[in-house]
Design a protein around this ligand. Sequence first.
Ligand code: GDP
Ligand code: PGA
Ligand code: MN
Length: 608
Amino acid sequence: MTAAPTIPGLDNPPLQRREVLDWVAEVAELTTPDRVVWCDGSAEEWTRLTDELVEAGTFTRLDPEKKPNSFHAASDPDDVARVEERTFICSVDPKDAGVTNNWMDPAEMKATMTELYRGCMRGRTMFVIPFCMGPTNAEHPKLGVEISDSPYVVVSMHIMTRMGAQVQERLEEAGSEWVPALHSIGAPLEPGQADVAWPCNETKYISHFPETREIWSFGSGYGGNALLGKKCYSLRIASVMARDEGWLAEHMLILKLISPEDKAYYVAAAFPSACGKTNLAMLQPTIPGWRAETVGDDIAWMRFGDDGRLYAVNPEFGFFGVAPGTNWNTNPNAMRTIEHGNALFTNVALTDDGDVWWEGLEGDPQHLTSWTGDEWTPASAKPAAHPNSRYTVPISQCPVVASEWDDPQGVPISAILFGGRRKTTVPLVTESFDWQHGTFMGATMSSEMTAAAKGGKGQVRRDPMAMLPFLGYNVGDYFQHWVNVGKSADVTKLPSIFYVNWFRRGEDNRFLWPGFGENSRVLKWIIERLEGKAAATETPIGHIPSADQIDLDGISEPMEDIEASLRFDLEEWREELPLIEEWFDKIGDSLPTSMRDELEALKQRLNA
Ligand code: GDP
Ligand code: PGA
Ligand code: MN
């Protein structure tokens, strides 16, 4: 190390790995924090940091009778979601980032961000957080080290990842792969300057360097921008690793379904942010005899096992769920997971008696403190909770967590679902003809934008495989990778692909399909299709069940609505064609010819 003044804590690391120590020293020298803390992930560390966050006014401790060991945090009103326009894939060649990503030259980005990072931790603590995405006992553990000047990030990482002392041994293994992930809120404190509850910076960068497998994040404390093990590592960087190594890193929940005959099936499903992954992952089936268990709610890493089947692992350790809409009716298992405590609530409302509340939750509060800290009554014009307010809670507390959830071998996937939020056009469920057609469904899927990202809410956009904001490389190459994965496999062992839409609407904007637990009816049909036991109707877009081909026993919604949710509408699909064409044109040269072929075939079927 150089003759720079020693920063307290820097020189007593709990680990020996030379590359890690060198990188930490280099970052400390650049960012000049007041002290360095090496995180061990212990309960003492949690208590110390949550106490400090309460003291600082960032956290409010909830009533332990209602939510034990749980906290409320309100962010800066401008730091509430992922910032896609500030998210960059800095590949050496811009072609490798593709048309869907923001690109900047890696050297240029590093030069720009180095100046932002210079002195940016002044007056603050720099935390070093060793973490592992996926089980630490995996054959090739996916390790990382996040440096952050946000204690909120450390506390969140305690919930969301395996971190601290438990990953040390694997990190010390010579040659084990680890991703350096640098995060700063970008809010240095001058001597004597008072801190704010949620420091952040107006200037934000969420940058990824796919070739060198590094992440640099600046200016935001929000989950998707700051908990770098999640979207940044497990999707953007991991998708590049997966491309290079022949596996899949996907934005998918993993669900275990158990039939009345006690047979287990595993399903993975890709829906864009705030389109129902967490809810489906914790589904409580409404049909008798069927049970569901949770393996993961957001990310699936899938690779072929020795038996030729595709196995999925959930790399995460916690849920980062959308609060609004979550209640005892829509997602009772999420409610039970939260009731257990050890949870963090960000940008929800506070009740007068030390609990949390959000739109859609049971209860009829007459007075609240809104997420912006203002008084709220039922007469208030603004919502009490931000639409993208979140709960962060350990997966292990989920009452229906599958025992296999942290098995490094993963679970064998029988079906893959793609789905978005579409008012029109897309039927409740459609079965693809084969893997390539299923890949086409994923490649052309679309969704209305939600509050999970800044800007554009409600606008329909193509969101291929729900990966649009999370892909670390060229989208055309990604489609080719999906096609290749199918070609490399034994077709009889490949999962079947389905396209679903829980969000189709009637004229008065009501949802045609009741959703939530009732989605088990769709899953039952899917499983029975795999078993060759359910009937379907062939249409130009795939196989669709009619109302009498799906189990609707005991459903209370009007049959016209159910039928309308299932319907294939030729006119709507003819209107969809130019939108798909426009999307493919945008991708340009890198679009695989097989996807063009699928589009041509669809056109012909629609015009036949
Ligand atoms: P995720 O971000 O993909 O995990 O999405 P969530 O599962 O957190 O759900 C996002 C929002 O969609 C919440 O407000 C849910 O209440 C709502 N939602 C989830 N599933 C359904 C469904 O089947 N039907 C309807 N209408 N809404 C749903
Ligand atoms: P999600 O996204 O809605 O898919 O959970 C989390 C995020 O905004 O990072
Ligand atoms: Mn979710």
